[in-house]
Design a binder for this molecule. Structure first.
Ligand code: NAG
Ligand code: NAG
Ligand code: NAG
Length: 728
């Protein structure tokens, strides 16, 4: 063991020499001559100084220091990258050399090279960075920066300095990585309403590190609208950018100063060196996870690069780029050499292309070839380290071939992989097919609105919970509207619920609100808000569900359900039984019939909640048996639940056992003829109102009798009411 470990550390050391030195030149970069620039200060020091100034309420200084710390960190990373390139980078011949010299590991020459490489780096970085700036930063600081906390401080600082645009941008940047931060959401809401702050001011200042996500979303969007050629281009760019980001991350591992491994007592220098090298290698490997993690998420996209290649392959095929598709397949096979689907497809291509020659001649993407070969080298060493030292490494990849894993670790490795695969498969199984054409996961175009739960968290397909869609104040106004309409009598008295005898049920439509407002019984501004909320929700959901065509409002209904007093003991029924919005669910056969009296033209359903001061009243989704509850959502002000109206989303509402639960129910349709005519009537009413107002002004002048009669007629023509539809 002792001997093998010594050998091993040299092996690891040699590996590093080899991947870093071939193009080893002591070339001094061109800009070396006049180094008038001051050296880079340590960014952790700048950050702490900025925070101190912040707590002393010295806002000008805080802003300056915090900005400097962000800049210093970026510059440090750039310098490291530059020095890494200047001091030599990976070379393939050298790797081959390593293989051929495996029997002769005691290569002192190699150790000499290693030392020279380290000297080169020290010298290079030292020309730009102060000595303290080269030391590793603490874990706390790493955390502060990775969670974007400097932007949190900056947001307040700029607010105090009354630089609201900068404050908005800092707030937004922080919020992207901390989407459940309620206070920041409220702040953003405030900025949004400020004079002089526009949508463009909400810049994500860290977007440079998220380019691959921007491409990813764009590619998925092209795919959803079957634009295959642009989809293929965008996936290609996304793969390229993912590789690029991964490489940037891996370089940082190598050049960044490392904290020395914990001293475990009796270890030789070689063992320490090995441990250091192993943690370096692990750092490089974990870049896969880092790049596959969206800001603000807690888990990474599994199998990120191969899954992009799968998308790319399909897009190329659909776009008619067969030779591109063959190349992508060959690349994909590097990750999964025995994948049956890919092999079958390749076979098919070689037949249709009229001979194997052409497909044989296609070579895989060379960047990925070298990426995989390097990654495999690292994995081999890491597994060796796991076997022979107590080194702990969790392989971030699913594609790692079994023969890389030493026999003694294989059983454990297999079991873990099996577990993960099962988890992934379960996910597949739960994802029922939805033919609505919606595809959840698009952008949420309103600042301050966050995705509280997605398909994964809601255990289903085309479901989402968004928070922050309304402010507390807006909820208050709509609740007030409900109360005022109630006391206005006429059509809005609490009736028995159509679904349960234990609750009363009240409803208000947009048109009715517009009419009551016109007669002075409701606040006009609030009635308008009720109308505008529909538009707000439509914009959000059309984007989030990547609707292939425009959506029309089909029906909006403000509904309150109240528990009747003293009538709640041992209640077993539901406030609203399980149903599907656009078909008739038959739980026994798990069929859903798309026919009347279901609302067959409804495509997307949404509920916007206004309050939470009641008991019960949770929305829940079930599977098609109408029994197995798959997800539950509790209402709160400003929370929006959106879902495709089809058979993938049977849902119901649990009993409201005390208090009054109010919510805005909304439905959308892709078909124009089914749009909500009442909304247009309400719009017409408001337009007419303007007309009447100006009429009245004129009237005051001329006091003509005929005119006032015409006005009376206009009023009457508004009296036409379409039948109440309070189904839900
Ligand atoms: C790939 O990415 C690199 C680095 O971002 C860029 O310079 C290059 O133009 C990209 N190539 C393609 C084909 O997109
Ligand atoms: C109507 O409501 C708005 C907002 O809640 C308020 O500012 C306004 O004063 C109200 N108007 C009347 C006439 O009460
Ligand atoms: C999704 O399913 C898991 C496991 O059954 C459950 O713990 C979780 O609460 C469900 N999600 C929701 C939103 O109910």
């Amino acid at each position: 063991m002792a001997q093998s470990s010594t050998c091993f550390s040299v092996y690891v050391a040699l590996y590093f020499v080899v991947i870093t030195l071939p193009a080893f030149i002591f070339a001094t970069p061109a800009h070396s001559t006049s180094n008038a620039q001051p050296l880079l200060q340590p960014y952790d020091f700048l950050f702490y100084s900025g925070v101190r100034a912040y707590f002393n309420e010295d806002w000008g200084k805080a802003a300056e220091l915090l900005e400097k710390s962000i800049l210093a960190k970026e510059s440090l990373f750039r310098v490291r990258r530059k020095c890494h390139d200047a001091c030599g980078s990976a070379g393939k011949e050298a790797l081959d050399r390593l293989d051929s010299e495996r029997g002769n590991l005691w290569d002192l020459l190699a150790l000499d090279w290693l030392q020279k490489k380290a000297e080169c780096l020290r010298f290079c970085i030292g020309r730009w960075v102060t000595p303290t700036g080269q030391l590793p930063v603490s874990v706390d600081i790493e955390y502060e920066f990775s969670s974007r906390n400097p932007y949190n401080f900056l947001q307040v600082t700029y607010y105090k300095l009354e630089k609201f645009q900068k404050a908005a941008s800092a707030a937004h940047t922080f919020f992207i990585a901390n989407p459940s931060h309620l206070e920041m959401r409220n702040n953003i809401e405030k900025y949004r309403r400020m004079e002089g702050v526009t949508q463009e001011d909400f810049q994500d200042r860290e977007i440079g590190n998220e380019k691959h996500w921007v491409l990813y979303d764009a590619a998925v969007h092209h795919e959803a609208s079957s634009d295959w050629a642009p989809a293929a281009e965008t996936w290609k760019a996304c793969v390229n950018e993912t590789l690029h980001q991964t490489e940037e991350c891996r370089v940082q591992c190598e050049v960044a100063s490392q904290a020395l491994p914990e001293d475990r007592g009796a270890g030789s220098v070689f063992e320490k060196a090995a441990a250091l090298s192993l943690s370096l290698l692990a750092c490089r490997q974990y870049c896969v996870t880092q790049v596959a993690m969206r800001p603000g998420r807690i888990s990474a996209h599994e199998d990120f690069l191969p899954s992009q290649l799968e998308h790319l392959h399909i897009a190329q095929f659909k776009a008619g780029d067969i030779s591109g598709a063959v190349q992508t397949l060959r690349t994909l096979l590097l990750f999964y050499p025995s994948d049956k689907n890919s092999l079958d497809n390749l076979q098919l291509y070689s037949e249709t292309l009229g001979g194997a020659a052409e497909t044989e001649a296609t070579t895989p993407n060379q960047d990925i070839v070298s990426y995989i070969s390097q990654s495999l080298q690292e994995k081999k060493l890491l597994y060796f380290g796991m076997e022979n030292f107590d080194f702990n490494f969790v392989d971030p990849d699913l594609w790692t071939p079994e023969d890389v894993v030493p026999e003694s670790l294989r059983d454990r490795w297999r079991a873990e992989k099996e577990k993960l695969n099962e988890k992934l498969k379960e996910g597949d199984w739960q994802e029922e097919v939805d033919d609505s054409g919606f595809y959840a996961g698009g952008p949420v175009p309103q600042v301050g609105v966050t995705i509280a739960m997605d398909n994964e968290l809601l255990n289903g397909t085309n479901r989402v919970v968004l928070d922050g869609v309304m402010t507390e104040e807006e909820c208050g106004r709509i609740l007030h509207l409900a109360n005022a309409a109630g006391s206005a009598g006429d059509g809005y008295k609490g009736r028995r619920s159509p679904h349960t005898p234990h609750e009363t049920f009240e409803g208000l439509t947009v048109l009715r609100a517009a009419k009551l407002a016109q007669d002075g019984l409701l606040n006009q501004t609030d009635a308008r808000l009720l109308y505008e909320l529909g538009e707000r929700v439509r914009t959000l959901l059309e984007s989030y569900f990547r609707s292939p065509s425009g959506l029309f409002m089909s029906f909006t209904h403000l509904v309150c359900r109240s528990a009747t007093a003293g009538d709640q003991e041992g209640r077993l029924d539901l406030s609203h039984p399980v149903h599907v919005d656009n078909c008739l669910l038959e739980p026994d056969t798990r069929q859903c019939w798309r026919e009347q009296p279901a609302f067959i033209h409804r495509d997307l359903s949404a509920v916007l909640y206004l309050n939470d001061n009641f008991d019960g009243g949770d929305l829940f989704f079930t599977s098609r048996d109408a029994k197995t509850v798959t997800a539950r959502v509790s209402p709160s002000c400003g929370r929006l639940v959106g879902f495709s109206s089809g058979p993938v989303n049977p849902h119901g509402v649990t009993a409201v056992t005390s208090g009054r639960r109010c919510a805005l129910a909304l439905w959308f349709t892709k078909e124009r003829p089914y749009r909500d005519m009442e909304r247009e009537e309400a719009e017409a009413l408001w337009d007419m109102d303007k007309q009447v107002k100006s009429d009245e002004e004129e009237e005051a002048k001329s006091a003509g009798n005929a005119r006032s009669q015409a006005r009376q007629q206009k009023r009457e023509s508004r009296g036409r009411v379409t039948g109440a539809r309070d189904e839900l």
